[in-house]
Design a protein around this ligand. Structure first.
Ligand code: AMP
Length: 297
């Protein structure tokens, strides 16, 4: 069913509708896909822009996927703004938007067949959010099957998600390329996130410690400090100055395995999750030189 017809983009809430639209318009055209959970910001817009440059037809999805939220997490309170998102997408040069209902994606309430994403999904985000990456991987497999894109655009802010989905695409021989795009930050350094909408001004100010800690770590590496323990301690100290920010994890990890490293090496990432009041934020920074995270296959 067509929800709303505008010059651009067309908005579909059914799988049949979006399939027909992509099929008809993409014959012989390359298709770029940007999956999102909506409450769009400039980080999302940067993915759309990149998709626009690299493809003939661009489709975005807006779906707050219940299966990637654990019990007690923020599925109910996750920011939703479909009207605002559609207005933003109208100017983003997107050709079509897929905005399904939960029932459209899960007609029987749940899936019997799911993607089990393996060891990459067990550490860091996976350890703190059991089942999260299985939910992400499964809904992305569904979305990739529906849209059948040539390229999928993902943000490096969710670096572990990029790695999990690249592994899934490789393991399941999905005929598409994952393109990782740099994190877009506000002027104070905070990574843009839909959840930032839920921060009070006081929270927002305290949250500046997150990018401050990551940038400080990168600078110390540039000055020659390679000990993960020292870098983590220094970053932790910066964050601990703000009692509103409670760290869940802060580590230097290998960019392929997401396992902790003792010393910064080629491509190493500093990754963290923190709760600011009740809002959970994640961020990361590439502290190891030599290879861009997005180029790690
Ligand atoms: P979400 O709507 O939060 O599920 O994010 C949808 C996509 O946008 C994911 O691939 C995210 O990694 C990406 N994304 C979210 N925030 C940013 C950001 N600040 N910069 C770049 N990409 C982002």
């Amino acid at each position: 069913m067509l929800l709303r017809e505008m010059d651009s983009p067309q908005v579909f809430e059914t799988i049949a509708g979006v399939r027909a639209a992509v099929g008809a318009r993409s014959r012989g055209m390359s298709v770029g896909f940007v999956p999102t959970m909506g409450a769009l910001h400039s980080g999302h817009a940067s993915l759309m822009e990149r998709a626009r440059k690299g493809n003939d037809f661009v489709i975005a999805s807006i779906f707050v996927n219940p299966t990637q939220f654990g019990p007690g997490e923020d599925f109910q309170t996750y920011p939703r703004d479909l009207a605002g998102d559609l207005a933003a997408l109208g100017t983003a040069g997107v050709d079509a938007v897929f905005a399904p209902t939960v029932t459209e994606m899960y007609p029987t309430g749940a899936v019997s067949t799911a993607v089990a994403p393996g060891p990459l999904a067990e550490t860091l985000e996976g350890a703190h959010r059991p089942g999260h990456f299985a939910g992400v991987a499964t809904v992305c497999a569904q979305l990739f099957n529906i849209v059948q894109p040539d390229r999928v655009y993902l943000g490096e802010k969710d670096a572990q998600q990029v790695a999990v989905l690249r592994q899934m695409v490789a393991d399941l021989h999905m005929p598409l390329e994952i393109v990782a795009c740099p994190t877009v930050r506000d002027p104070d350094g905070l990574a843009m996130s839909s959840r930032n909408r839920r921060l009070s001004p006081e929270d927002r100010s305290a949250a500046e410690a997150i990018p401050a800690a990551l940038f400080a770590a990168r600078e110390r590496v540039q000055e020659g400090e390679f000990s993960a323990q020292i870098l983590v301690a220094h970053a932790r100290q910066i964050i601990d100055q703000r009692p509103l920010v409670r760290l869940q994890y802060l580590e230097v990890v290998d960019p392929r395995t997401f396992q902790p490293v003792d010393r910064v090496a080629v491509g190493s990432l500093m990754v963290l999750a923190a709760i600011v009041s009740s809002v959970r934020l994640i961020d990361n920074m590439q502290v190891g030189q030599g290879v861009a995270f997005g180029d790690i296959g």
